[in-house]
Design a protein around this ligand. Structure first.
Ligand SMILES: [Zn+2]
Ligand SMILES: [Zn+2]
Length: 140
């Protein structure tokens, strides 16, 4: 039921696995993609009324430190996602969903790091426009 990989990583990073944290991990396992802390909080609260938004942010920070979660900002809203590979996020301005796209090799952090002698830890590329489904809609 619980993603044991997440649990193992958090244990290794010396985070206590509390029932509230397990609920958050459980939710994340069933909801891959892009989400806000508030979404997770509202969902988990239904089963775990004692949880606070701060607890959700707390476990998200722990997961980011463990390399199993990434975050990015758009218009002042912080989004989280479990895809920690460098990629581009397309934000659809019509349906407000995100879609992931692989980055071309020439903008991959490894390549940039080697070429410019810098260290790129993570890459966040944000594309804004319309997704395939919405682009199709507008042609109908
Ligand atoms: Zn769309
Ligand atoms: Zn993404």
């Amino acid at each position: 039921m619980i993603n044991s990989q997440y649990v193992d990583l958090l244990r290794k990073a010396n985070y206590k696995i509390t029932p509230q944290r397990l609920r958050v991990l459980d939710y994340l396992e069933g909801h891959p993609g892009h989400f806000k802390a508030e979404d997770v909080y509202n969902h988990v609260k239904a089963n775990e009324p004692s949880i606070t938004l701060a607890t959700v942010y707390n476990i998200f920070r722990a997961m980011i430190r463990s390399g199993i979660l990434d975050s990015f900002e758009i218009n002042g809203t912080t989004w989280f996602e479990s895809n920690t590979q460098p990629h581009a996020n397309l934000y659809c301005e019509k349906c407000h969903k995100f879609e992931d796209f692989e980055l071309p090799a020439n903008v991959l952090p490894d390549r940039l790091s080697a070429e410019y002698g810098i260290h790129v830890r993570t890459a966040s590329v944000l594309l804004k426009g319309t997704c395939r489904a919405c682009t199709g809609d507008s042609h109908n």
